[in-house]
Design a protein around this ligand. Sequence first.
Ligand code: ADP
Ligand code: MG
Length: 156
Amino acid sequence: MNEVTLALADEQATVAMGKQLADITKQLNLDNLLVFLNGDLGAGKTTLTRGFVQGMGHNGNVKSPTYTLVEPYELSPWHVYHFDLYRLSDPEELEYMGIRDYFAQKSCSFIEWPEKGSGILPQEDLIINLQYNDTQRIITLLAVTSRGEQIINLIT
Ligand code: ADP
Ligand code: MG
């Protein structure tokens, strides 16, 4: 299977989906994971990422890196990076930030507004689309690589 669509009834369900993605990442012991997050402002991209980051072992807040572009979480054994590229004016800025070094490590990155970094960001494993439906969210996960497909096959 390379695509799955689910309803997330409320904020807790979105956080729980992020945690499930963390559990699967750990179970598969992936060396690297790159996830692109699509959806309007308020669709739940940061909420989903919060569940993932906390599921990977971070105890504490997960704030949106709107001005800093990236929030690093040096968790063991994975370096987890939460990007929000909304304010990126030129994809080249990512080169100056040394983005290649981020992905060279054992790392998991969730990227909001990935289209702002197109041409510089490497190939994503998963594309996640979030859509509004009142307080419910519709999530679609699309596998781009075999790694992405392995993840999708384990989602329940
Ligand atoms: P984004 O990062 O996509 O802009 P956020 O995750 O920051 O979105 O914000 C989502 C907002 O929607 C939060 O205020 C959250 O409380 C609210 N919300 C309501 N229902 C849901 C749901 N099912 N999943 C996620 N967020 C929800
Ligand atoms: Mg956000």
